[in-house]
Design a binder for this molecule. Structure first.
Ligand code: KG4
Ligand code: ZN
Length: 340
């Protein structure tokens, strides 16, 4: 097969991104227009504003992606786009743009699942990384342990029963008066704190489950802060951040390693925004080393939302013959492994 150049578009949340990816593994460009500064004013993503910002940015982001890749629309083999899960209005902007381009250029349209994109970031990070492997997906909206049997064959081993890991980070950050998005702030503040100062709960649920629960931990942090306030006791925010982070990371590491052992996998990948977390990366690497497991974790820019990961996942869909027509819609609640 000739070189396959995928133009990928991602707009599921608060990043407008376009990328050109060659043969699923080589990133020729990855333009990301972040809306964080706008949403920061509101303490979180405002869906209506996100959609409007995507509309303003998308055309120029796509042009920049082509320019940086030094290609034109003629060189592109297919257009890949995130069609779910995510904010419906935000998804529709990228989707409409991708559909218009595919129609006008007469190129195939490839629908990509956002979480499958996060997982595919590992194929860009390590060009020799291949299924099968276990992947821990930890983002703002999702926490999943997945067994990836093949590029398009996923088995969900466990998922969060309440808050996603990133959501817990963001909510705890709010209590600590840190701006949105809280994950990177807690990551940083934790450097100055003692991770064992406060004994927050490690919720592992039943012994035979790979599911997660973070709402109890979040409540424990809230209670700790409220109690201190009521008693007028001083709080060391860095200790709270570091101790919260320690509790999250311990559970993530324990479950991920257990899944690798149960599935006989000597390979573990991380994916999603929270996998940019330095403490998680270091703790998981140490546990993998101890257990003879090879770990792959994308560079931080590939952990958070970006279109390059969509271009990689889109390539594997493309070579398997996956195509969408102009009736493709956005699916805000699309499940992992679900095909629409
Ligand atoms: O994957 P992502 O960009 O968007 C979703 O698909 O949800 O993930 C965003 C989440 C946010 O909750 C953010 O706080 C968290 O990832 N995050 C982090 C770090 N960087 C981003 N959490 C902990 N430590 C970080 N360094
Ligand atoms: Zn994401």
């Amino acid at each position: 097969m000739d070189n396959v150049l995928i133009l990928a578009i991602e707009s599921s949340c608060d990043e407008t991104s376009a990328s050109v990816v060659k043969n699923g593994r080589e990133v020729l460009s990855n333009i990301i227009a972040s809306q964080i500064e706008t949403h920061k004013l509101f303490g979180g993503v405002v869906p209506e504003i996100a959609s409007r910002q995507h509309i303003l940015a998308i055309d120029s982001v796509v042009s920049q992606a082509l320019e940086q890749a030094k290609v034109t629309f003629d060189d592109i083999t297919a257009i890949a786009v995130t069609y779910g899960p995510g904010l419906v209005g935000a998804l529709l902007v990228g989707l409409s743009h991708a559909k218009a381009l595919a129609f006008a250029l007469g190129k195939p349209l490839i629908p990509v699942h956002h979480i499958e994109g996060h997982i595919a970031a590992n194929y860009i990070q390590d060009i020799s990384w291949q299924p099968p492997f276990v992947c821990l997906v930890v983002s703002g909206g999702h926490t999943h342990l997945v067994y990836i049997r093949d590029y398009d064959d996923f088995e969900i081993l466990g998922r969060t029963r309440d808050d996603a890991a990133g959501e817990a980070y963001d909510k705890v950050a709010r209590v600590l008066d840190l701006p949105y998005p809280g994950g990177p702030r807690i990551d940083k503040l934790s450097d100055e704190g003692d991770p064992f100062a406060i004994d927050f709960p490690r919720v592992t649920l039943e012994s035979d489950t790979y599911d997660f629960s973070f709402s109890g931990l979040k409540s424990a942090v809230l209670n700790y802060m409220n109690k201190a306030k009521m008693k007028d006791e001083p709080v060391n925010n860095a200790d709270v951040a570091a101790s919260f982070q320690q509790a999250v990371v311990e559970v993530l590491v324990q479950k991920a390693i257990k899944a690798c052992k149960a599935y006989g996998s000597d390979k573990l990948a991380l994916a999603g925004g929270v996998s940019a977390n330095r403490h998680l990366r270091a703790a998981m690497q140490a546990a993998c080393d101890e257990n003879g497991i090879k770990m792959c974790v994308p560079a931080p820019v590939l952990c958070t939302d970006n279109a390059a990961m969509i271009g990689s996942a889109g390539y594997y869909e493309y070579i398997k013959g996956k195509r969408a027509d102009m009736s493709l819609n956005a699916y805000p609640g699309l499940k992992l492994g679900e095909r629409v």
